[in-house]
Design a protein around this ligand. Structure first.
Ligand SMILES: [Cu+2]
Length: 447
């Protein structure tokens, strides 16, 4: 049972240089002294058993009277609504808190969904009344990574996941609302200049979740995984433009659209999925993408939950041995790997179980002449070495934001305009995937 209330808040944009008013659905238990959040609460359910988990949401409307009615629609779910007054799409709650509308639906189908205001969505969703629903398959247990699938089939298996809840904003509308000039709001003149992932724009998206200086924007979007893992992108477009989202570093597989796995028949898995590097997410649409970066031939192909350290802490020892050393790995089943090590041109010898795998071709010079350090400019995510996990020399005071020597891949919209915050570049729909070396610990999900 959830109690929702719609109310006002203000959100910081562009590293807190601008504050704009917005509206939010907010859990009633949280409203004392706290304004709403953008996006609205992300619900996460497990489909406990088919057709038995029922969700009930009671909605009360505390917006100012000129805002008019609000309501909730849940695309992909069959909803029963009672109370309030009848609107175009569903039952609506009038302003002033005079009525409560109750929405009930069954959570019986895993997938990524959105919910939003079903009354004047061109205006109300712009003002912030939208959120995400994640339904996890039967058997999902967040403490057990072996149960992580998006749709219950092994073909939807992943090791880590991130929500990409996309919204846009035209501040002119918000300024009119803040000033109480509702008659001036014209959504036909809509011209968005800000773009949000999970309620924040770049670079705030990469800051930790729940930081105190973004009190109304608790969610971040910082995709991170270890080499060899699979990464699930839950892409949801709550805005009104299509967005060509591009994921650098590798192809991904589209495994589901609108909360339905792309399978030819039940039990087949996502066999109708396709590989791509860009996916244009249309307004109202959701899509689930699985991306991986294997470090081909550096890691066991079936890396998964192999937790042994296979990365030597310091391997930047160029040319200690002029003969190239090679390591071969063979997957033996379960978590067992056969490790073979030797010098090129000699007999390969087996390594003792538990030995660390030294990738000894790392740290050796490239066959190019690298300019002197002072002739180079370093990006913020460069760690001083072209090799994953290694560290090299950076100029004094260089603000290297790459703690573990991971590889950063830009994940962003390919609409150039959407890479700005109110005309300032870079901003908008940008995050960076961090592929960390295999020995870097990953946080476990919390729900
Ligand atoms: Cu790009």
């Amino acid at each position: 049972m959830y109690r929702f209330i719609s109310r006002r808040g203000s959100m910081a944009l562009c590293a807190a240089t601008l504050l704009l008013c917005f509206w939010a659905f907010q859990a009633q238990a949280q409203i004392e002294g706290i304004t709403g959040t953008s996006p609205n609460p992300v619900f996460s359910f497990v489909a406990e058993t088919a057709s038995i988990q029922t969700v009930t949401i009671n909605l009360r409307n505390n917006l100012p009277a000129p805002a008019g009615n609000v309501s909730l629609v849940f695309p992909g779910h069959k909803v029963t609504a009672t109370g309030g007054v009848q609107g175009v799409l569903t039952r609506e709650a009038e302003p002033g808190g005079v009525s409560v509308v109750t929405y009930t639906f069954t959570v019986d189908h895993p997938g990524s969904y959105q919910y939003h205001c079903g009354t004047r969505p061109d205006f109300m969703v712009e003002m912030g009344l939208a959120g995400a629903i994640i339904v996890r398959p039967l058997g999902y247990d967040f403490t057990d990574p072996d149960t992580y699938t998006a749709y219950g089939h092994e073909g939807s298996f992943y090791g880590h996941e991130e929500l990409y809840f996309l919204t846009e904003m035209d501040p002119v509308i918000h300024n009119y609302v803040e000033a109480g000039q509702y008659d001036s709001v014209n959504t036909n003149d809509y011209f968005e200049v800000m773009w949000f992932i999970n309620g924040r724009n770049f670079p705030d998206v990469m800051t930790d979740a729940g930081v105190p200086w973004l009190p109304n924007q608790p969610y971040n979007c910082q995709p991170k995984m270890r080499a060899g893992d699979k990464f699930l992108i839950r892409l949801i477009n709550a805005g009104r433009d299509g967005h060509p989202m591009h994921y650098h570093g590798n192809d991904f597989t589209v495994i589901a659209i609108n909360g339905r796995m792309l399978e030819s028949a039940p039990g087949n898995g996502p066999d109708l999925g396709w590989k791509a590097t860009t996916f244009t997410i249309e307004p109202g649409q959701t899509a689930d993408l699985i991306w991986t970066w294997s470090g081909k031939e550096l890691f066991p192909q079936r890396y998964r939950y192999f937790r042994a350290i296979i990365w030597r802490a310091a391997f930047a020892t160029p040319d200690l041995d002029p003969i190239r050393e090679v390591v071969k790995m063979r997957y033996l089943g379960g978590n067992a790997f056969g490790l073979l090590r030797g010098q090129e041109g000699t007999t390969i010898r087996p390594w003792a179980a538990g030995s660390r795998l030294a990738l000894t071709d790392h740290g050796k010079p490239f066959p190019v002449i690298i300019p002197p350090r002072d002739d180079l400019s370093f990006g913020q995510f460069y760690h001083g070495s072209p090799f994953m996990g290694a560290e090299g020399v950076l100029p004094p005071s260089h603000p290297a934001l790459n703690a573990n020597g991971g590889f950063f891949y830009m994940w962003h919209s390919h609409t150039e305009k959407e890479l700005t915050n109110n005309d300032i570049w870079p901003g908008g729909y940008v995050t960076f995937m961090i592929v960390e070396p295999p020995n870097v610990a990953m946080e476990m999900p919390v729900n």
